[in-house]
Design a protein around this ligand. Structure first.
Ligand code: ADP
Ligand code: MG
Ligand code: MG
Length: 928
């Protein structure tokens, strides 16, 4: 083939690929068996598939008929009263959306199924004497409440309505009411005439007749309303079809189209529902809750969906239809009143609910209608409920012996675990003013501070603060710790603000790129709205929404049930969950949330206190070794007391301390901070100019790949030596107090065995020396014992360290993968800049997930697997752990369990999620 020809083919195939990708994403082609795409529910008819006869799991049934259709089939099997129906499968949705019309065989099947329904009910569609009325209902594989459309009372027209209201004058109100509802719904859903215009007419007549409820409107008013509705449609240049069959076809198509309404698409994005699932259509015989005062419609949960309490929870409206209950015009009655008003139907309902809950072995949320005291169930599904309720229910089901503990664990989602831990925003109709990334869940309101000092000042004045920054840095720690929440305009889910915010359990919204934060002038602006220092805003860290003003929140507590539930996870899991905790507060929280030790205690935060940072700065800026040693000795006292507090908090659980890691750069004073420069220069007894020069020297272009980690320990030996001495002395003190300790000392960012053995040799010496200094007459035995209490290890966070895993393993007792840096260095993506393009990568599906949130198993995971295999072969007792952000990510945890890590460590607030994930991973491993 010629070069040009090859190029053409390559281009063509790329184009084809792209086309395929596009269609694959929006509408993948599936194999259709058109003859079987319609199924009857609750009756049978020759030539049409019967829903009851469909073989396969309940999940398959839901995939094919949608959740609503599958639920109806299941109820029909259980002989629970449901109106008969037929269902057009979800796969037709794709087909229809592509073709923009329904294939002939499907129309034929629909016609057959409708004839069957007519025969079964002895009614005729379109007849003036015994008309069959139907609803046309949407329903995806999993429920997307209110996101798609449903039309009721199809099959009526003006002629039929007039005829029937004359023949049955006492039902005239009912027939006109149905017709009115039909015009309204049909015109809205199919013809796109605005709902509000109909409501206006209706409201006008309510006012005119001085009634509140539609059910109290007179027959003549309803007649007039229908006329005005018809005119409204006509004036909009639309046609309401009087032919029922035409109505049906249009309605089916409109329901398929409603899969792609803006709100449905938005909802799918938020809930990760695939675009290609599609909705089914269920065509169902109407039952009438609006027939008379012995009729009603309602919704009921088998247990309270907000608290989980074991009692029926729901409401109903007498003489009403469909959405009247949620429309809020009339106040519905609580379900327990039904016993008095409609006793027979009420007792039927209780029986049906009991059976449904038992059958599905899960709390149900059902929709029902009562027609003249006869109960019909129209829908059943697993109840959508609060995190609290999900937890309570899982617990109850185990106590009621309906569920094994292992299975109960799956009943609470990771998102729900998150919600359990944070206050949440009460439902609100307020519009967010900007939106960022939901970095750390929860909700909070507070006054805006644009720098940590102001945050502290507000906090001291007993005011709630939200720290708003372009991006936070370690220097902001104090400000962050006194704030309720943190908002940044740049940075992503693993930026400083996000990681630290999560660690502290602060509500945190980051990467809010539309917000222009002007730190100098202390204000922020977006979409023409300016936020000044001190103004109130509200963050929703679970969605990323930011609101102007203060919105109400709901607090949550970590109750007894939660504690017990999470004890089950520990019974199931074999891989313990540790926590990343740097302060006594975090350590306490970690223990409370069930961490079995500290897997990463960072020491850098210990230097950012105002007093200490000056000492630290003096130390790194000083040019004299003696001065440095002197200053190190001052810092020693601080370090020791920090360590002691944390150890005491953790009781006898293990604590892994990482020696100083961040780039030196981060500790340097800002050059424009004249005051600080002066103070420092004076105290170092050098001219300010000289100091500035030294700062320039230490300044780094690419700090994350620069002067940090163990490189610091090598260039500034005083730092690590001081830290090790502080650890040795703390250990000694604790032993003397009769406490148990299990200490691990960890060296960060190692790339070679030369580095590692150099440091280990020196630091172990310091450790021994410190011990003997602490007790000048040590017994050999005592020393040996103390020595055995400490384990030495390193972080594996560079590709080279993975590759030489075996050699490293021979030098240490444990290794811990620092997957944040390992991801950064393996992918060559700076995690602080990643937010500029990762969203695009996700959007274009070039990344399935953000590799800084969920471990890139294919790439980074391969390196880890290799390192684990090699290092275990070289050192059989080596302990292997992970302490990056991925330690709290369920999917990554599954991977770590699969390759038999000894532990995972994550921020305290993620510990419960990680415990649950470790238990679920264990089960998966077992079921293999
Ligand atoms: P959604 O998915 O929005 O809940 P549905 O298809 O469940 O939509 O319909 C909404 C409501 O319409 C139902 O709760 C029920 O009250 C009413 N409805 C639907 N089909 C029928 C029917 N065949 N008979 C009576 N009411 C119906
Ligand atoms: Mg419904
Ligand atoms: Mg690191």
């Amino acid at each position: 083939m010629s070069k040009a020809g090859r190029k053409m083919t390559a281009q063509k195939s790329r184009k084809q690929n792209l086309n395929q990708q596009m269609t694959a994403r929006v509408l993948p082609l599936r194999s259709h068996n058109l003859q079987e795409s319609v199924a009857t529910i609750g009756y049978q008819y020759p030539g049409v598939t019967s829903g009851i006869s469909i073989q396969g799991t309940y999940d398959y049934l839901k995939e094919r008929l949608g959740g609503k259709g599958a639920g109806l089939v299941e109820m029909a099997k259980l002989k629970i009263p449901v109106p008969p129906a037929f269902n057009l499968s979800t796969s037709l949705c794709q087909l229809y959306l592509q073709r923009q019309n329904l294939p002939e065989p499907v129309i034929k099947q629909t016609r057959l199924a409708l004839i069957g329904l007519e025969k079964f009910l002895k009614k005729r569609f379109g007849s003036t004497e015994h008309p069959l009325l139907i609803s046309v209902r949407s329903g995806a594989r999993i429920s997307m409440p209110g996101m798609m459309d449903t039309i009721l009372n199809l099959g009526l027209n003006r002629e039929i309505t007039q005829h029937l209201s004359k023949r049955f004058p006492d039902r005239a109100r009912f027939w006109w009411d149905c017709y009115r509802r039909l015009i309204q719904m049909f015109s809205n859903v199919v013809l796109q005439v605005e709902h509000a215009q109909f409501e206006r007419i209706l409201q006008h007549w309510r006012t005119k007749e001085k009634v509140k409820a539609d059910s109290d409107l007179s027959v003549s008013a309803l007649q007039m309303i229908c006329k005005e509705y018809e005119n409204l449609v006509e004036n909009a240049d639309k046609k309401f079809p009087q032919d029922p069959w035409e109505q049906l076809l249009h309605a089916i198509e409109a329901v398929f189209r409603s899969w792609n309404t803006e709100r449905a698409i938005h909802y799918r994005k938020l809930t990760n529902i695939p675009e290609d699932w599609g909705t089914s259509v269920t065509v169902q015989a109407m039952v009438f809750g609006n027939l008379n005062d012995k009729s009603a419609t309602g919704v009921v949960f088998t247990r309270d969906p907000s608290t989980g309490e074991r009692k029926l929870y729901g409401e109903y409206l007498i003489n009403a239809q469909g959405e009247d209950v949620v429309a809020g015009i009339r106040t519905p009655r609580p379900i327990h009143q039904m016993k008095k008003e409609l006793p027979e139907a009420a007792s039927e309902l209780v029986k049906a609910l009991d059976r449904l809950e038992k059958h599905f072995n899960e709390v149900q949320d059902i929709e029902f209608t009562i027609e003249n005291e006869r109960l019909f169930i129209l829908q059943t599904r697993t109840a959508k409920r609060s995190a609290q309720a999900a937890l309570q229910n899982a617990f109850q089901f185990v106590q009621e012996k309906r569920l094994k503990k292992e299975a109960a664990l799956e009943r609470v989602s990771y998102d729900q675990v998150k919600q359990l831990l944070h206050p949440t925003l009460k439902a609100t109709s307020e519009k967010p003013f900007v939106r960022g990334l939901p970095a750390s869940p929860g909700a909070c309101s507070g006054r805006v501070a644009f720098d940590p000092e102001t945050a502290l000042a507000f906090a001291r004045a007993q005011q709630k603060v939200i720290l708003v920054r372009q991006e936070t840095s370690p220097e902001d720690i104090m400000g962050m710790s006194v704030s309720e929440g943190i908002l940044t305009s740049t940075g992503g889910m693993t930026s400083h603000a996000a990681v630290v915010g999560r660690g502290m359990g602060k509500t945190c919204v980051v990467g809010c790129s539309e917000l222009h934060v002007d730190e100098q002038n202390h204000r922020a602006e977006a979409f023409g709205i300016t936020i000044e220092e001190g103004s109130l805003i509200t963050l929703n860290g679970s969605t990323g929404d930011v609101y102007v003003g203060e919105l109400p929140t709901e607090p949550v507590t970590w109750g007894d049930t939660a504690r017990k539930f999470f004890q089950w996870t520990d019974e199931v899991a074999s891989m313990p969950v540790l926590a990343n905790a740097d302060t006594p507060d975090q350590a306490r929280l970690a223990r409370e949330l069930g961490a079995q030790g500290i897997g990463l205690c960072r020491t850098e935060h210990m230097f950012f206190d105002k007093e200490r940072i000056r000492n630290f700065r003096r130390m790194i800026l000083s040019e004299s070794v003696e001065q440095r040693e002197e200053l190190a000795a001052e810092l020693l006292a601080y370090q020791k007391s920090d360590f002691l507090q944390i150890f005491r908090e953790m009781k006898d659980l293990s604590v892994c301390v990482r020696l100083l890691d961040p780039p030196l750069h981060e500790f340097l004073p800002k050059l424009d901070d004249q005051d600080e420069i002066k103070v420092l220069a004076d105290s170092l007894r050098i001219p300010a100019g000289r100091l500035v020069q030294r700062i320039h020297q230490l300044h780094e272009v690419n700090p994350m790949l620069g002067h940090r980690g163990c490189r610091l320990g090598i260039t500034f030996p005083e730092i690590y030596e001081m830290q090790v001495q502080a650890l040795a002395e703390s250990l000694f003190d604790l032993i003397r107090e009769g406490k148990k300790v299990a200490l691990k000392i960890m060296i960060p960012l190692v790339m070679s065995t030369e580095e590692l053995s150099y440091l280990l040799r020196r630091l172990k010496n310091v450790f021994e020396r410190s011990l003997s200094n602490a007790d000048p007459t040590p017994e050999a035995q005592q020393l040996r014992k103390l020595r055995s209490l400490v384990k030495w290890g390193t972080m594996i966070e560079l590709p080279r360290a993975c590759v030489i895993g075996a050699e490293i393993a021979r030098l240490v007792d444990f290794i811990s993968f620092g997957t944040n840096d390992l991801t950064q260095t393996t992918l060559g993506i700076s995690r602080d800049d990643a937010t500029k393009f990762i969203p695009t990568y996700l959007d274009k599906q070039l990344f399935r997930k953000d590799p800084f949130e969920t471990l890139d198993v294919q790439g980074v995971g391969k390196l880890i697997e290799w390192a684990v295999r090699e290092s275990r072969a070289a050192n059989a007792t080596l302990e292997v752990g992970i302490c990056g952000e991925h330690g709290g990510d369920p999917e990554s945890i599954e991977f770590f369990r699969r390759i038999q890590f000894n532990n995972v460590s994550c921020s305290p607030f993620r510990v419960p999620i990680a415990r649950l994930a470790a238990a679920c991973a264990e089960q998966k491993q077992k079921n293999k």
